[in-house]
Write a protein that binds this ligand. Structure first.
Ligand code: FES
Length: 278
């Protein structure tokens, strides 16, 4: 985790644009009297959207608007890595997750791409000022590791080659699809689902009763009536599941046999249920 400090070079002042000031006042008015400080994250975010990063003068203006000590606003701005405390790339600022799941899945290789394509050091702009990068902690999408965040979107399941292609597309002004960069829907298993395969299948109609005159129709085993469900049941390549089921069934029949044996012995000895002699 990097140390988060305000940039050494700061602008002389900050002011919300007219539209942003009206928006901010409207946002503050949504909170009950005495709770205006709750709007701090919204206002910091709007200031960042306006300036590209959170400046010290912006922190001072927001503190005054919310009647908060400056240090309280500073604490919020320095805690959340979504707030940029230095000027960032004109086109994009890449936040590379370096926490364990992403690290195990190749985050270091993504950082190498950033060093090569943007700047050797994080928080520094590329030569043309278009890009910047930093390492951050878990971005909350570990199942699709490794990933980066750009503005409000994450780009997941990355390889170094895919990250280079994304940087090329952004530099050329081409749209890049956020989310998983492989054959995966959201955080579902890569490729295809492996469980709950028959969810949404049409229910089978009730079988016609075959017995007549009040004789109940024979029960049909679930999968026998739905051969496609049997085919879609996940395979049991090692046979471990089948063995466990057989063992459980054996256990049941052994228990039943034991109970039968006890009853048999009790009948022979004339022992009643209370454990005494009849
Ligand atoms: S560890 Fe990278 S998103 Fe959680």
């Amino acid at each position: 985790m990097s140390i988060r400090r305000l940039a050494e070079k700061q602008p002389a002042s900050f002011a919300f644009s007219e539209a942003n000031r009206a928006w901010a006042e409207d946002r503050i008015a949504k909170y009950p009297e005495g709770r205006q400080a709750s709007a701090v994250i919204s206002l910091l975010w709007r200031a960042q959207e306006q300036e590209g990063w959170v400046t010290e003068p912006a922190i001072e203006v927001i503190a005054a608007m919310l009647s908060m000590p400056k240090i309280r606003v500073l604490e919020v701005a320095t805690f959340y890595t979504m707030f940029h405390l230095e000027p960032v790339g004109r086109i994009a600022h890449l936040q590379v997750c370096g926490t364990t799941p992403c690290w195990l899945r190749g985050a270091n290789d993504l950082k190498e791409v950033c060093r090569k394509r943007i700047n050797h050091d994080q928080f520094h702009l590329s030569a043309d000022g278009a890009f910047s990068w930093e390492e951050v902690e878990c971005l909350g999408a570990c199942v699709n590791a490794p990933l980066i965040q750009i503005n409000a979107d994450t780009y997941e399941d990355l390889t170094p080659a895919r990250l280079e292609a994304i940087i090329d597309d952004l530099a050329a002004g081409r749209a890049v699809k956020p989310g998983p960069q492989i054959d995966r829907a959201f955080s579902a298993p890569a490729g295809r689902p492996t469980t709950l395969l028959d969810v949404g299948a049409e229910p089978e109609p009730e079988p016609e009763p075959k017995g007549g005159d009040g004789v109940p129709a024979p029960q049909t085993p679930i999968n026998a009536a739905r051969p496609e469900a049997a085919v879609q049941t996940p395979a049991d390549p090692t046979g471990a599941v089948s063995q466990a089921i057989e063992k459980a069934e054996d256990g049941l029949s052994t228990k039943e046999k034991r109970e039968e044996k006890v009853a048999e012995t009790a009948g022979r000895d004339g022992t009643n249920d209370a454990g005494g002699k009849a």
